[in-house]
Design a protein around this ligand. Structure first.
Ligand code: K1U
Ligand code: ZN
Length: 177
């Protein structure tokens, strides 16, 4: 398995709408396994294919806190087919917006339909952190970041800081050449 590069904002791949997977192949399964390994290594509790530079509708999620008993989900073409009336708020992070966090309000429970790695259709009812994480990852497939759910003022502060950090990294790398 391979640990993949995680793209950070403002990279255009994070703002694209990802394409549906037409056929589940060996390459799809390899990418899902690499995404899981990348997510565990980061560490994170979810990852979407656009975050590793692949504009396809694939996500992985594991919100289990017990490293001995991991509960990974690999989802192909995930779709939210029902949401609860009540909301919940969670202080979200994102591997593509490193070191930034904000409270995001989303439906407390969702029902998600997806294909598993064998191409079989599944339905999952999720609540708590699993529901939050699945919604965050499906947002990535639509080119939406958690900062798109907060005020423009807070969003612009975070995005400006990330752009500044990226420019500094590039300048430091150029000086080392
Ligand atoms: O999609 C991503 O960028 C991953 C992101 C998922 C997420 C976090 C919080 C709420 C919703 C979705 C992360 O995993 S950020 C890292 C993180 O939350 C974490 C890392 C280690 C242990 C526990 C949590
Ligand atoms: Zn994210």
């Amino acid at each position: 398995m391979t640990i993949l590069k995680i793209y950070t904002a403002p990279d255009p791949v994070l703002k694209k709408i990802a394409a549906p997977v037409v056929t589940v192949t060996h390459e799809t399964r390899t990418l899902l396994n690499d995404m899981l390994e990348t997510m565990y290594a980061a560490p994170g509790i979810g990852l979407a294919a656009p975050q590793v530079g692949v504009s396809q509708r694939l996500i992985v999620v594991d919100v289990s806190r017990d490293k001995e008993n991991p509960t990974p989900y690999k989802m192909i073409n995930p779709e939210i087919i029902a949401v609860s009336d009540d909301d919940s708020s969670y202080e979200e992070g994102c591997l593509s917006l490193p070191q930034h966090y904000a409270d995001v309000v989303r439906p407390a429970r969702v029902t998600v339909r997806y294909l598993d790695e064998n191409g079989k259709s599944n339905t999952l009812e999720a609540d708590g952190l699993l529901a939050t994480c699945i919604q965050h990852e499906i947002d990535h497939l639509e080119g939406i970041l958690f900062v798109d759910h907060i005020s423009a003022l807070k969003r612009n502060i975070i995005l400006r800081k990330l752009l500044k950090a990226k420019k500094e990294q590039q300048e430091n790398a150029a000086h080392k050449l």
